[in-house]
Design a protein around this ligand. Structure first.
Ligand SMILES: Nc1ncnc2c1ncn2[C@@H]1O[C@H](COP(=O)(O)OP(=O)(O)OP(=O)(O)O)[C@@H](O)[C@H]1O
Length: 213
């Protein structure tokens, strides 16, 4: 599904990640690692948000550099701590991202309903709680027809009912649309609700798959 070759990422000349070759097969994957190990850096790279050395290719054909727009149409990203311009409402952002990602008709409304956001979608983001902002970021990450959705700490700040909805959505996108997921979390996922294929560990400036238990 996603292949990384000769990848290196430096911040201010300091090497943070070095991945000679890594393949994420289709599926739902959990990316683990200690604080500061490089999970967010990896995710931002794969989302096309930060410069890097090397090549990243989706589905053996869409290169992040060479097919920059098609790649970004197929890869969605939900940040760990989302920040949006405070004067924009959830509705404004959902409308904008729906158009950019060519979301199917009715998809945005269905996600707004799933996350029970109706009562605040017209209110400016500056007034949202952290959980309300997180729900918005999750809605944005599920818009369109992505091949891959990357969610950085999707369960932080949301309540248990919302977490259940996130599990359902991930499973549904995987089973119905073959959408793959890269998920990070410092907390154990509920494996009875989520069919995680592989766990990867970010450690010692690189990423390795962990053996299946
Ligand atoms: N913009 C930046 N400028 C300089 N260094 C950075 C920057 N962003 C991250 N780093 C450094 O890169 C390393 C990896 O950070 P990253 O945020 O990717 O870790 P993480 O695994 O996501 O951590 P956490 O679990 O705490 O969220 C850390 O040493 C961090 O200090």
């Amino acid at each position: 599904m996603l292949e990384i070759r000769h990848y290196k990422k430096y911040y201010n000349g300091i090497l943070v990640l070095d991945i000679p070759h890594l393949v994420f097969p289709a599926g739902i994957h959990w990316i683990k690692g200690k604080n500061g190990s490089g999970k967010t850096t990896l995710f931002k790279t794969l989302a096309g948000l930060v410069p890097f050395e090397g090549t990243i290719q989706l589905d053996s054909q869409t290169d992040l550099r060479k097919q920059a727009v098609p790649y970004r149409m197929k890869v969605n990203y939900g940040e760990a701590e989302p920040v949006y311009p405070g004067f924009l409402s959830a509705k404004d952002l959902i409308h904008f991202v729906s158009a950019a990602k060519k979301a199917p008709t009715g998809q945005a409304d269905s996600l707004i309903e799933v996350f029970q956001m109706d009562h605040y979608i017209h209110t400016p983001c500056a007034t949202y709680s952290s959980g309300m902002l997180k729900k918005l970021s999750l809605v944005l990450a599920f818009l369109g027809k992505p091949s891959l959705i990357i969610l950085d700490e999707p369960l932080t700040t949301i309540d248990d009912a919302t977490a259940t909805q996130v599990y359902h959505l991930i499973q549904r996108y995987w089973l119905e649309s073959n959408t793959s997921f890269l998920l990070s979390s410092h907390h154990q996922f509920d494996f009875s609700a989520l069919s995680v294929s592989t766990t990867f560990l970010v450690e010692n400036q690189t990423v390795i798959p962990l053996p299946v238990k």
